[in-house]
Design a protein around this ligand. Structure first.
Ligand SMILES: [Zn+2]
Length: 400
C-alpha cells in the first residue's frame, strides 16, 4: 500500500504535463530519420515472446535482442520487440506501469543485477497522440532508496526483478527524450524533491518539485526574484536583467521544470544527489526560499508566464536548517555514489521507423562518451563534472 502510494506520488511528481516549459527547448535539429536502418519487424521472423525459444545470434530470448556490433559498437542497447498487445499497454496511462514491471522482471532473468537505473524508451518519434494518452514526456518510478536525509524513507520494491541494485526505472515515450530531456529531470527524481514541502502558483501542495521557490533547477523553481509591491513578486529562471521600469526582461520560470536538458542541476539538487557537500552549500551562502500562500493569474495581467505571482509567506532554509529538520545526507558527498550504470531498453513497436541509432547516439552523449552538444547538458556537465554515467557494454552483464 505504501509502495502504491509512493508510486502515485512519484507519478504525479514526474508528469511534466503540458506545462509549456518544454516547448521552449525544442531543439533545432529534428530526429534523424532512421529509414536507412534495417526493418526491425520482419513478418517472417519467429514468434518473439516464446520463453522456450532457443536464443541464437543476438537474440537472447523472450523478445529481447542485442544489436550487431556495427550498429551498436559500444553495446548500449537492449531491444525488445513488442507485440501489438504490449504496445497497447505501454501507450496507455493505466497499463504502462504494470507492463514495464513485467518487462523489467523478465530482463533480470537474463541480466545480472548490476544496473542503477533502467531507461525504457519507446523506439518511435515524438508523437502527440502517445504523449497525450500517457500524459507525460517522461516518468520516474522509484524502486529502492537507501539514502537518508532527503525527506524520503528507505524502501525496496522487489517486484521489478532486482534484488538490490536498481534504484529507479524511467520511461520515455519517444526516442529524442534522451537527448533533449526530460532525462536529467527524471534522473533527479531518484532523489527528490521531497526535502521540504513545496507549493505551486495556486498555493496547492506540490510534491516532488520545487514549485514556487528559488531552487531554480531541473525540478522547477526560479533563480531571480524581485518584490514588486506588497505580496506581488516577479521571478525569472533565466536572467536578472531588467527593463527601464525595473521589471525582469526575461521573467518566467517553471513550477516543475525549466527546459528539458537545457540547464544544469541547481545546488540543492546537487546536494540531494550527493554531488555537493553541505560545506559546499555553506560556502556558497546557500538559502532555499519556499513561497506559500500563493496565487497567480496564469494568463492575466500581470501574468504568471512573465513570472508574476503573489505569496503571503516565504520560508527560508539554510543547509544546516535542512539537516536539522531531515538529518544529514547519508552517505554524504565524500562517500556518495557518483557513477551510475544504466541499462537502456528500446521498446520497438510492431511496425514503424527505427530510431535505434538516435537512441544509441543520445545515450553515448548523455554519458559523456561523445562530444558535447551546444545548448544542452549531459549528466557530467549538469553535475559540474562530478557525476558520471556508464551506459555501454551491457553484454558483460548477461547471465552466463
Ligand atoms: Zn518531474
Amino acid at each position: 500500500m505504501k509502495m502504491k502510494k509512493r508510486f502515485l506520488l512519484q507519478m504525479a511528481a514526474a508528469i511534466l504535463l503540458f506545462s509549456g516549459v518544454y516547448s521552449c527547448i525544442e531543439p533545432d535539429d529534428e530526429p534523424v530519420n532512421g529509414s536507412k536502418e534495417e526493418q526491425v519487424n520482419d513478418p517472417d521472423e519467429e514468434q518473439v515472446n516464446d520463453p522456450n525459444e532457443e536464443p541464437n545470434g543476438n537474440d537472447i530470448g523472450t523478445g529481447m535482442s542485442l544489436l550487431d556490433d556495427a550498429d551498436d559498437p559500444t553495446g548500449v542497447l537492449l531491444d525488445v520487440k513488442l507485440t501489438s498487445a504490449q504496445w497497447t499497454k505501454l501507450t496507455g496511462s493505466n497499463t504502462f506501469y504494470a507492463e514495464l514491471r513485467t518487462l523489467s522482471d523478465s530482463i533480470y532473468t537474463r541480466f545480472e543485477d548490476n544496473f542503477d537505473f533502467i531507461f525504457f524508451v519507446l523506439n518511435t518519434a515524438k508523437d502527440d497522440a502517445i504523449i497525450n494518452a500517457l500524459g507525460f514526456y517522461g516518468v520516474n518510478m522509484n524502486v529502492s532508496n537507501a539514502v537518508t536525509g532527503l525527506g524520503l524513507s528507505t524502501f525496496k520494491d522487489p517486484r521489478w526483478g532486482s534484488a538490490d541494485k536498481l534504484k529507479s526505472v524511467m520511461f520515455f515515450p519517444f526516442a529524442d527524450a534522451i537527448k533533449n530531456g526530460p532525462t536529467l529531470h527524471e534522473l533527479c527524481h531518484n532523489w527528490g524533491a521531497n526535502i521540504v514541502p513545496t507549493w505551486d502558483a495556486e498555493g496547492k501542495s506540490y510534491s516532488s518539485h520545487w514549485g514556487i521557490s528559488n531552487a531554480g533547477g531541473q525540478l522547477g523553481g526560479f533563480k531571480y526574484v524581485r518584490n514588486v509591491s506588497g505580496n506581488l513578486y516577479q521571478a525569472s529562471f533565466r536572467s536578472d536583467e531588467t527593463n527601464a521600469d525595473g521589471s525582469f526582461k526575461y521573467g518566467g520560470f517553471g513550477e516543475n521544470a525549466n527546459g528539458g536538458n537545457g540547464l544544469p542541476y541547481s545546488d540543492i539538487e546537487l546536494y540531494i544527489m550527493g554531488m555537493k557537500s553541505a560545506q559546499d552549500l555553506r560556502d556558497g551562502s546557500f538559502r532555499l526560499d519556499i513561497y506559500s500562500g500563493n496565487s497567480c493569474n496564469r494568463d492575466g495581467d500581470p501574468s504568471f508566464w512573465e513570472g508574476y505571482f503573489t505569496s503571503t509567506t516565504v520560508t527560508s532554509y539554510t543547509i544546516d536548517k535542512l539537516i536539522e529538520l531531515k538529518g544529514a545526507r547519508v552517505p554524504d558527498a565524500s562517500t556518495s555514489q557518483k557513477n551510475f550504470r544504466i541499462l537502456t531498453v528500446s521498446l520497438t513497436p510492431p511496425s514503424g521507423t527505427n530510431y535505434h541509432s538516435d537512441i544509441i547516439a543520445a545515450m553515448n552523449w548523455l554519458s559523456g562518451e561523445t562530444p558535447a552538444i551546444a545548448g544542452i547538458y549531459n549528466f557530467s556537465q549538469a553535475t559540474g563534472g562530478i557525476g558520471s554515467l556508464t551506459v555501454d557494454r551491457i553484454k558483460n552483464s548477461l547471465k552466463q
